[in-house]
Design a protein around this ligand. Structure first.
Ligand SMILES: [Zn+2]
Ligand SMILES: [Zn+2]
Ligand SMILES: [Zn+2]
Length: 711
């Protein structure tokens, strides 16, 4: 195996250097890509996302194991696997082989993502009674994370089948609870036994497995990644039922017919129906606006979270996030029972999910504001929220201004600033001004000072660019004075909730948009891109392939542009369908001329801070994005500039809930794509995904306007 290139970051083995530079790298350098050649999904450690490499060492293109399995299924026992890139026909029963280097890298990035280093540290050291609490917290933390993932999955799959994985996860969570409980009940119990039991529960002990998956935490990582994948799949199935049904139908048709069945018009009709249903009452809660709570640890994030969740009395809430003992390794999600109301129109409500994003330690700075796995900006990005609420209890630090900029400029999301623990400041000022304790002063005295103090507090906590909401922890007031104060004064909590109710509606629309584009991208990648290749290999080429010149200009009939357009169903009717929406697309993005006349090309312009719906897809390009949490990568001028002209792949993957958009270069960027036999299929698929972006925007506009009129 040749040298391994990882230009961008230590953790990202993806080859992302510009195509123009590629020629200059030495010939024994091996290029690797972070997405599947066939379906463009990104690789992962889950069984179906393992990277497999073409056995032709000159080719070495990577496939995800799901694609290979899919091809095998359709090939049966008699047909051979053929690489869609180098066209090599494999010996019977042989398939691409696991790429161990990449798998190792994937495991490395996973153990960073899930904080395994810290756990290993706890497991390997001699614990005293004093620091056993750390181990207990670690166990409890992982248990909560598992429970939270299960409940997220169960929310989506209430009507669908529950997987084996939920049972396995419950068992793991129960074992963790058992260890934690015993530790608490009997602190003098043999600590070593707890350590080894904990290690056993979260790690796999299968001797047949490769080395990586036997390491500490491997079982926990696998379980979490599996759950995340299932959550993402179920969300797709639940939120885009018709589109999902089409995908299933077309995938199974691929095996039984030499007719290529997927039709773009059917896909867009399905997505249109699915989008309409997002505004039907009983389906409203499926896609929710996500509000993320960020900030340093111990600044009162949990209190804000509970308040925003609408929890009135903590004693009755078992699932309340405030009980978390410390930051988690991954975000915890909580659905708000009641939808948020828009202050201008109380009939207009939005279902929201609140996300507790791992508290960031004040003492650990975000290194150079770089996006590397495991740092706070990365946590913020992965949480993939539509609105972020930054909670702080003193002056904003320099680093935190960086978070705000990152959220607003890079992620193109809104950032709301919340100053917590304001009651403490209020009471100090009160005492200063009046010389009295709040609790022991009269109503008249209180009234006399209150407005002046509030004014002073507003002055102390102001920022030119943002409104700062003043809040106080009214669940567990810090003193009896605070308790008295908070009975009459709730500061800005109500207007904060109103503001979120106001923003949530647009935020949900943006989320629906991202999910819809992702759904379309997935169907196009799986059914059209992969499907057509498979169809050609299975029915059109047969033994005749050897006769065609792989990279020549003379393509067989079924690879001619006309034929492909016809097969996809890009007809006059379909073009007219697109024209009616008056879609516009950034100039120079389309890679074929097929859809040119259906859309208006607009000159690139810098998008405003809060952007339109489209900005949700346009923004947030990160070439160094770690594996398995990128969902959609979209060709756009920004991204092209970023990689010096290399072609950006439009891909969709299924790694996490929600949508984060990032750019990556797939294997196809390395070839002069015009000369490959499947080049047109690929470029056309890219264009279809690209056009679906403004189309979904238009459809959402229509539906939400209808909804406005109705309410
Ligand atoms: Zn694939
Ligand atoms: Zn190959
Ligand atoms: Zn599953």
């Amino acid at each position: 195996m040749g040298n391994f290139t990882a230009k961008n970051s230590r953790h990202d083995p993806a080859e992302i250097e510009p195509a123009s530079n590629r020629r200059r790298t030495s010939s024994n350098t091996k290029h690797m890509y972070n997405s599947c050649t066939m379906c463009l999904c990104s690789f992962g450690i889950q069984e179906e996302r393992i990277p497999l490499e073409c056995i032709n060492s000159k080719c070495a293109r990577l496939y995800c194991s799901q694609c290979v399995k899919f091809v095998q299924m359709h090939n049966g026992t008699t047909k051979r696997f053929r690489c869609m890139y180098c066209l090599l026909e494999y010996p019977l029963q042989k398939i691409p082989e696991e790429n161990q280097t990449l798998i190792k890298q994937l495991w490395n990035s996973m153990s960073i993502k899930y904080g395994i280093r810290y756990t290993s540290h706890l497991l390997n050291k001699q614990l005293t009674e004093n620091n056993m609490i750390d181990l207990w917290c670690d166990i409890e933390c992982r248990r909560r994370h598992l429970i939270n993932l299960i409940s997220t999955l169960e929310r989506f799959s209430r009507w669908a089948q529950i997987h084996q994985i939920t049972n396995d996860t419950h068992i793991m969570a129960e074992k963790l609870l058992d260890i934690a409980t015993r530790m608490k009940e009997n602190p003098t119990e043999n600590m070593h036994r707890c350590q080894s039991e904990y290690k056993e529960v979260i790690s796999m002990s299968d001797q047949n497995n490769n080395q990586e998956s036997n390491e500490i935490g491997s079982c926990y990582i696998r379980t979490c990644e599996h759950l995340l994948g299932d959550i993402s799949d179920t969300e797709f199935y639940r939120a885009f039922t018709n589109t999902h049904a089409k995908m299933i139908e077309w995938n199974s048709a691929l095996a039984s017919s030499d007719q290529f069945q997927p039709q773009v018009a059917d896909l867009f009709t399905a997505i249109e129906t699915d989008l309409e249903e997002q505004w039907v009452n009983h389906r409203h809660g499926i896609v929710r606006a996500k509000i993320g709570i960020i900030g340093y640890t111990c600044v009162g994030k949990s209190t804000i979270l509970n308040r925003l969740l609408g929890i009135e009395d903590l004693a009755n809430e078992i699932s309340s996030p405030v009980r978390s003992i410390k930051s988690t390794y991954y975000q915890l999600q909580f659905d708000r029972k009641e939808p948020l109301k828009s202050p201008n129109n109380l009939l207009k409500t939005t279902a929201v999910t609140l996300v507790d994003i791992q508290g960031h330690d004040k003492d650990v700075p975000t290194v150079d504001n770089q996006i590397t796995p495991g740092n706070y900006l990365d946590e913020i990005r992965k949480a993939d929220c539509d609105i972020y609420v930054l909670v702080f209890d003193e002056k904003l630090r320099y680093e935190q201004h960086g978070w705000i900029t990152y959220i607003e400029e890079t992620l193109k999301r809104q950032c709301i600033l919340v100053r917590s623990k304001i009651d403490i400041d209020f009471l100090a000022k009160y005492r200063e001004r009046s010389g009295l304790f709040y609790g022991s002063s009269t109503v008249a005295e209180r009234n006399y000072h209150t407005s002046a103090i509030l004014e002073q507090l507003r002055f102390d906590n102001q920022m030119e660019s943002h409104r700062i909401y003043l809040t106080a922890a009214d669940f567990m007031p810090a003193s009896s004075d605070a308790e008295t104060l908070l009975k009459t004064l709730s500061f800005d909590m109500k207007i904060l909730i109103d503001e979120l109710g106001h923003l949530a509606c647009d935020a949900r629309n943006r989320r629906i948009h991202s999910l819809a584009v992702r759904a379309i991208a997935r169907v196009i990648n799986v059914c059209f891109r992969r499907g057509y290749v498979l169809n050609v290999f299975n029915y059109k080429i047969g033994a005749g392939l050897a006769a065609i010149v792989p990279f020549g200009d003379q393509l067989p009939r079924y690879l001619a542009r006309d034929h492909i357009r016809q097969a996809f169903g890009i007809t006059k009717d379909f073009r007219q369908y697109l024209v009616q929406f008056r879609l516009s697309i950034d100039d120079g993005c389309l890679q074929t001329s097929t859809l040119e006349n259906c859309v208006t090309a607009t000159m690139m312009k810098t998008r405003g801070k809060n952007g339109s719906l489209g900005a949700a897809v346009g923004g947030a390009f990160m070439a160094g994005a770690p594996f398995s949490d990128d969902i959609i990568r979209v060709a756009a001028p920004t991204a092209v500039a970023l990689t010096g002209g290399a072609r950006i792949a439009l891909t969709a993957s299924t790694a996490v809930v929600g949508v984060v958009i990032s750019a990556a270069v797939c294997a196809w960027s390395a070839v002069n794509s015009g000369k490959h036999i499947f080049s047109y299929v690929n470029r056309l698929c890219d264009d279809l995904i690209l056009v679906s972006n403004p189309l979904v925007t238009a459809l959402i506009d229509i539906n939400s306007r209808k909804d406005d009129q109705a309410s």
